[in-house]
Design a protein around this ligand. Structure first.
Ligand SMILES: Cc1cc2nc3c(=O)[nH]c(=O)nc-3n(C[C@H](O)[C@H](O)[C@H](O)COP(=O)(O)OP(=O)(O)OC[C@H]3O[C@@H](n4cnc5c(N)ncnc54)[C@H](O)[C@@H]3O)c2cc1C
Ligand code: FES
Length: 316
């Protein structure tokens, strides 16, 4: 299964960090390929085990690859080659939605948006796709046992949060995990059954009110946080979010206002190489060492991300 075995142990995380603390990412480019979490990533030929319709323009793809299934961590993604020709030229990144090491499979959940995802939707069970992964830095789940975890998903942003939810529930139990999922309409609500079968406490909202609460998912977050005592928010609440950029920006603002100690966002910046080489995916971040100053730097979403502390992200 493993073809053209690629890249590396991350034996030197600090060199990866020093790589990106510079103002202009187009200067001083270095082409090494650190893996921020110390796992091995590779190029794999993955057989399509199942490919199912989930909602209008949304599909779930289950791929066989025990290497990725065993190593993947919540928040990581894979880079998929959707065609054997050069059209489209670039692989496309997708978050890992679930990993089943016992079965040697992992799942992706994707929306058909353009050329690559249209082609992907036409791939059938038994066919093979070339996949690079697992890539990127996962969610940080290092926290006290009594923390409360609030997962905020907008649209297909449920994908990495479903994997995270499974991991948090197996570690801390279902009572400590709340999922807030927003969609445009009833028929575009994603993964509700998957979250419920994990035992998660899930609240759904839709823009048009056809299912769950009418409104946007950030309203649900604000409702919960405004009912939570401030000492709990500042010491025990952990927020994790994935979805449209505007939603993430609002989640970050709400968490800052509510003085939530930790809010992690998973960014979906456009990517080219997915391996830290091209610098096409960089994100402007505040320097942690200088709180209150305008000092900033770039980091690569594909290698230092896609998960970042929301308080560091500069959203412009
Ligand atoms: C780390 C990461 C994880 C991702 N996880 C998922 C996932 O789990 N499920 C999923 O459906 N998509 C995910 N995406 C986005 C996915 O990569 C794009 O939808 C895909 O590349 C579109 O390819 P395309 O050729 O079909 O569309 P294109 O022709 O490239 O684009 C079609 C339209 O989609 C928009 N678009 C393309 N890429 C993005 C993007 N990254 N963010 C927002 N809009 C975009 C374009 O602006 C354009 O309007 C992820 C992206 C990243 C960086
Ligand atoms: S550096 Fe190429 S996509 Fe991130």
């Amino acid at each position: 299964m493993c073809r053209d075995y690629l890249v590396v142990w991350n034996h030197n995380v600090s060199s990866a960090t020093s790589l990106v603390t510079r103002r202009n990412p187009l200067q001083d480019a270095r082409y090494d390929l650190p893996n921020s979490v110390g796992s091995m990533k590779g190029v794999y030929d993955c057989k399509v085990a199942a490919h199912t319709y989930e909602a209008p323009d949304v599909y779930r793809l289950i791929l066989s690859c025990s290497e990725i299934a065993c190593q993947a961590q919540p928040g990581q993604f894979v880079n998929v080659r959707v065609s054997s020709t050069t059209d489209p030229l670039l692989r496309r990144p997708f978050s890992i939605q679930a990993a089943h090491p016992d079965e040697g499979t992992f799942s992706l959940l994707y929306v058909v948006r353009g050329r690559a995802t249209k082609l992907l939707a036409g791939v059938g069970p038994g066919e093979t796709l070339s996949v690079v992964g697992p890539l990127g830095r996962p969610f940080n789940v290092d926290c006290p046992n009594d923390a409360v975890h609030i997962l905020v998903a907008g649209g297909c942003g449920v994908a990495p949060l479903h994997f995270l939810c499974a991991s948090l529930i197996s570690r801390f139990g279902p009572d400590r995990v709340i999922v807030l999922a927003g969609a445009q309409t009833k028929e575009s609500v994603l993964c509700e059954g998957d979250f419920r079968s994990l035992g998660a406490n899930i609240r759904v909202c839709t823009d048009d009110g056809t299912y769950g609460t009418k409104g946007v998912v950030t309203d649900l977050l604000w409702d919960i946080l405004s009912d939570t005592p401030s000492d709990v928010k500042s010491s025990r609440v952990r927020v994790y979010a994935c979805g449209p950029r505007e939603m993430l920006r609002e989640v970050a603002r709400i968490c800052r206002e509510a003085r939530v100690e930790s809010c992690q966002v998973s960014l979906e910046n456009f990517m080219a190489c997915g391996l830290g080489v091209c610098l096409g995916c960089v994100q402007k971040l505040r320097r942690q060492t200088c709180p209150g100053t305008d000092d900033w730097h770039y980091e690569r979403v594909c290698t230092e991300g896609p998960v970042f502390e929301a308080s560091e992200v500069i959203w412009d």
